[in-house]
Design a protein. Structure first.
Length: 408
């Protein structure tokens, strides 16, 4: 009797082991598509801030159901080609963004500064901002929010109250229209060509606005939503005249940075209303005709290495200094701050507010905190490469082939 019990017990254990092995084999088979999805994501969308590949696979009757969304058609095609090559059966239910072509997939910011968030709710993290006249790609709409992508590639959510949606033809017409760039740090537009008339809206440096005429020392402007107003001529420049004049000179970069002295620190901010460290450097370069990546951890991968040993003698005004934690045997490098060199052992940055700090170890105002966490310096002005977009060489805001430049 005891012997029979032992046989039955051994048989039961064997069945359990077999079942466990079978289950693990099935799980491995079921996860095979996920392995390929992970490979494609790492290859095509390693930075989710600028690339969307939110895809997963579920198995049903020996067929994988691919679900999710992506703004990368090449990545979706690469995944399907991989599954085909491996002989895996699948049903493609991936939504490629933006949505169908007949929808209005172009957007324009219609307010001075639009707040862009990590999720479609006002309680979500502020991740960046986009200024008046910034063209956006509308990837999809949900309720009162749109998932958009900015010219530098940043993907985020915006309240629909801050943008207008345009068809291809409407967007082409906007690009062909004459425009201005507002250059005063802060200001307003008015109902009439008179600064004592009713304010229509606030404005900040970097706003791009359609111009429809001139009157009494004012430009008449037209907002993306069609409303009209007036701004003083000495606070703006015709866009094509401006973009032909900026060259990212050391003097101009420093002058633009110093105009924002005292601006408050704002996590996610990229405008004179409030800015974080990388939002500050991004805005300085934009006001000099160069679009650079949004975040410090992205900006550090652009341009040319100038220094990594605290030898500041080779730095020139406009160079970007990066700060954080160096890599160790157990951790990766972490970039947490950026500032811009202005000469004389000093750099300007947004930390609490926009102010100047000193790297001279003998100075009374020596910034020991940032000196101790210094990583390296990169030069991005007059450089080429991924992440650097010169407005003089692109048609982001205007179709230069059709537009006629306004006179100064």
């Amino acid at each position: 009797m005891n012997r029979l019990k032992k046989i039955n017990l051994l048989s039961l254990i064997g069945l359990l082991i077999l079942a466990s092995c079978t289950k693990k084999t099935e799980e491995k088979e079921e996860n095979q598509a996920e392995v390929y999805i992970s490979e494609i994501r790492n290859a095509y969308a390693p930075d989710k801030r600028v690339a969307l590949f939110d895809v997963d696979a579920k198995k049903s009757n020996n067929t994988y159901i691919l679900k999710g969304e992506s703004n990368l058609p090449d990545a979706v095609n690469a995944l399907k080609e991989k599954l085909d090559a491996e002989g895996l059966s699948y049903t493609d239910s991936i939504q490629v963004l933006p949505m169908a072509k007949e929808e209005k997939s172009h957007g324009l910011v219609k307010i001075s500064v639009a707040n862009l968030r990590g999720r479609g709710t006002h309680s979500a993290e502020l991740v960046t901002q986009a200024m008046l006249g910034t063209p956006l790609t509308i990837l999809k709409k949900t309720g009162g929010w749109s998932l958009i992508q900015t010219p530098e590639g940043y993907i985020s959510w915006v309240d629909n109250g801050g943008i207008v949606s345009l068809t291809d033809d409407e967007f082409a017409a906007w690009k062909a229209a004459d425009k201005l760039i507002y250059l005063n740090p802060y200001g307003s537009s008015y109902q009439n060509p008179d600064p004592n008339s009713q304010v229509v809206s606030d404005l900040v440096a970097g706003n791009i606005i359609e111009v429809v005429g001139e009157r009494n020392g004012f430009y008449e402007i037209k907002y993306p939503d069609g409303k009209k107003a007036f701004i003083e001529k000495d606070k703006a420049k015709p866009y094509l005249v401006w973009v032909a004049s900026v060259d990212q000179s050391e003097e101009d970069l420093v002058a633009s940075a110093k105009k924002m002295m005292g601006s408050p620190y704002l996590w996610g901010g990229t405008s004179p209303k409030g800015m974080d460290c990388s939002g500050f450097t991004k805005t300085v370069f934009f006001l000099n005709g160069l679009i650079i990546p949004r975040d410090a951890s992205q900006q550090i991968h652009t341009g040319e290495l100038v220094d990594s040993t605290k030898n500041f003698e080779n730095l020139v005004p406009g160079d970007l200094l990066f700060f954080g934690k160096k890599a160790t045997d157990t951790s990766k490098e972490r970039v947490v701050h950026v500032g811009m060199w202005i000469g004389d052992n000093k750099f300007i940055h947004a930390m609490g507010d926009v102010h100047i700090s000193n790297m001279d170890t003998t100075a009374d105002d020596f910034d020991k905190y940032n000196y101790d966490r210094y990583l390296r310096t990169k030069r991005i002005h007059d450089q080429k490469g991924p992440g650097l977009t010169y407005l003089a060489e692109t048609d982001i805001f205007m179709d230069k082939s059709e537009a006629q430049p306004l006179k100064k």
